[in-house]
Design a protein around this ligand. Structure first.
Ligand code: NAD
Ligand code: UD1
Length: 344
C-alpha cells in the first residue's frame, strides 16, 4: 500500500515542487496550508503535472491543534510528515520576533504534539543554512557550529533541538534538512516561486528585471572578501531539493526509531551575485542592468555547503546546473508574469 504523508506548507515554493515528485513516486499526500504565502492554484497545478489525484488539500493553520488533528484524521493513518510550513523573511523576523517564534516554533510544537498523540513519529523538517550565522570556514559541514544571528534562524535552531529531544526520548525518526539557496522552477513553468510584492531574494528579483517589471537589479555590496567582491551563495535547483525530500522520507521510513539526521542540502559550489547575473544572461540571452549599492544588513559574505553527508546517507546529490536554474526560473516567470494571481 502507498505511504500516506502529511505535507505542511505543501502549496509553497519548495512544498509544491516536492509534492510533484512524491506523487509521481506513488505517495498519497495530505497538504495542510494556510495559504498565507501561497495559492491553492499551486496545488491544482501539482495535480495536473503529476497526473495524480492522490493530493488532498486542507486550508488551515499549523498553530491550531484542532486543524492539525483534522489533517491527521481526514484520510486515515499518516506514515510520515514533511514540515515546510513557516515564515522565512529575515527582516520581518527582526521586526516581529514574536510572530516568528509563534509560527515557526509554536506551530512546530503543535504539529509534534499531534504526531506524538497518534504515534506518527517520522518527520522531515525544513531548516536552513542561515543557522550557521557568519561562518569563516568552508565548505560548511553539519558539525560546523550553529550561530544564528536573527530570530528567523534562532527559531529554526530551536525546532531542530526540540526534534532532537523527541528522537532521544520518544523514539522519533527525524531529518532536519539545512537548505542552502533553492532557486529555479519546475521545467514545465507551471509551478514556481511566487513572492508577494517586491522580491527579497536575488533570483526572483533578476527574473522580474528580465521581464521588465523592475528597472534594474541592486547588488547589495561589492566590497565583500570574495574574489569579485559580491556575496557568495550555494544556489540549488528546487527540483534537486524536491528530490532530496523524497530520498529523505524514503530513507527515514526504513530506519530504526531514535534516528536523527542533520543534513546540508546544497551543491557544494558557491556562486557570486555577479556570476549569477552573468549565468542568467547567458541562459536567456537577455541583459540584466544593475547598480551596486550598500550591503544589506544581515547579509553574510559567503555560504557554501559540503553536501557529502547527504550523498553518503541518502545517495542524493544535486544534478542541475546554474544554466538550468536560470532557464527554468525564466520559463516560469514568462508564463506567469504575476505568479499564480494571473491564473483564471
Ligand atoms: P513558502 O512561503 O513558499 O512556503 C511556506 C508555506 O507555508 C506557504 O505555502 C505558506 O502559506 C505556509 N504557511 C505559513 N505559515 C503557515 C501556518 N501558520 N500554517 C500553515 N501553513 C503556513 O516558503 P518556501 O520557500 O517554500 O519554504 C519552505 C520552508 O523551507 C520554510 O520553513 C522555510 O523557512 C524553509 N527554507 C526556505 C528557504 C528558501 O530559500 N526558500 C531556505 C531555507 C529554508
Ligand atoms: C535570504 C535570507 C535567508 C533565507 C533565504 C531564503 C537574508 C539576510 N537572508 O538568504 O535567511 O533563508 O533568503 O528566504 O535575508 N542580493 C542582491 N540583490 C538583491 C537580492 C539579493 O545583491 O536584490 C544578494 C544578497 O546580498 C546575497 C545574494 O544576493 O549575497 C543572495 O541573496 P538572497 O537570495 O536574498 O539569499 P540569502 O541572503 O542567502
Amino acid at each position: 500500500m502507498a505511504n500516506r504523508l502529511l505535507i505542511t506548507g505543501g502549496a509553497g515554493f519548495i512544498g509544491s515542487h516536492t509534492c510533484v515528485v512524491l506523487l509521481e513516486q506513488g505517495y498519497e499526500l495530505v497538504v495542510l496550508d494556510s495559504f498565507d504565502n501561497s495559492s491553492p492554484v499551486a496545488s491544482e497545478r501539482v495535480r495536473e503535472l503529476s497526473g495524480s489525484q492522490a493530493l488532498h488539500v486542507l486550508k488551515g493553520d499549523i498553530r491550531n491543534a484542532e486543524t492539525v488533528n483534522q489533517a491527521f484524521r481526514c484520510r486515515g493513518p499518516i506514515d510520515g510528515v514533511i514540515h515546510f510550513a513557516g515564515l522565512k523573511a529575515v527582516g520581518e523576523s527582526v521586526a516581529n520576533p514574536l510572530l516568528y517564534w509563534d509560527v515557526n516554533l509554536n506551530g512546530s510544537r503543535v504539529l509534534a504534539a499531534a504526531m506524538e498523540q497518534r504515534s506518527c513519529r517520522t518527520l522531515v523538517f525544513s531548516s536552513t543554512a542561515t543557522v550557521y550565522g557568519e561562518p569563516e570556514q568552508f565548505p560548511l559541514r553539519e558539525d560546523s557550529p550553529t550561530a544564528p544571528i536573527h530570530p528567523y534562524a534562532q527559531t529554526k535552531v530551536a525546532v531542530e533541538q526540540m526534534l532532537q529531544a523527541l528522537c532521544r526520548q520518544k523514539n522519533w525518526r527525524v531529518a532536519s534538512l539545512r537548505y542552502f539557496n533553492p532557486v529555479g522552477a519546475h521545467p514545465s513553468g507551471r509551478i514556481g516561486e511566487d513572492p508577494l510584492g517586491i522580491p527579497n531574494n536575488l533570483f526572483p528579483f533578476i527574473t522580474q528585471v528580465a521581464a521588465g517589471r523592475r528597472s534594474h537589479l541592486r547588488i547589495f555590496g561589492s566590497d565583500y572578501p570574495t574574489p569579485d567582491g559580491t556575496g557568495i551563495r550555494d544556489y540549488l535547483h528546487v527540483m534537486d531539493l524536491a528530490e532530496a525530500h523524497s530520498a529523505t522520507i524514503s530513507h527515514l521510513l526504513k530506519q530504526d526509531p531514535c534516528t536523527h539526521l542533520t543534513l546540508n542540502i546544497g551543491t557544494g559550489r558557491g556562486l557570486s551575485v555577479l556570476e549569477v547575473v552573468r549565468g542568467f544572461e547567458q541562459a536567456t540571452g537577455l541583459t540584466i542592468p544593475f547598480e551596486v549599492v550598500e550591503r544589506r544588513p544581515g547579509d553574510v559574505p559567503r555560504l557554501e555547503a559540503c553536501p557529502d553527508q547527504a550523498e553518503m546517507t541518502l545517495g542524493w546529490r544535486a544534478k542541475h546546473s546554474l544554466l538550468e536554474m536560470c532557464r527554468d526560473g525564466w520559463t516560469w516567470q514568462q508564463a506567469n508574469p504575476t505568479g499564480y494571481r494571473s491564473a483564471a
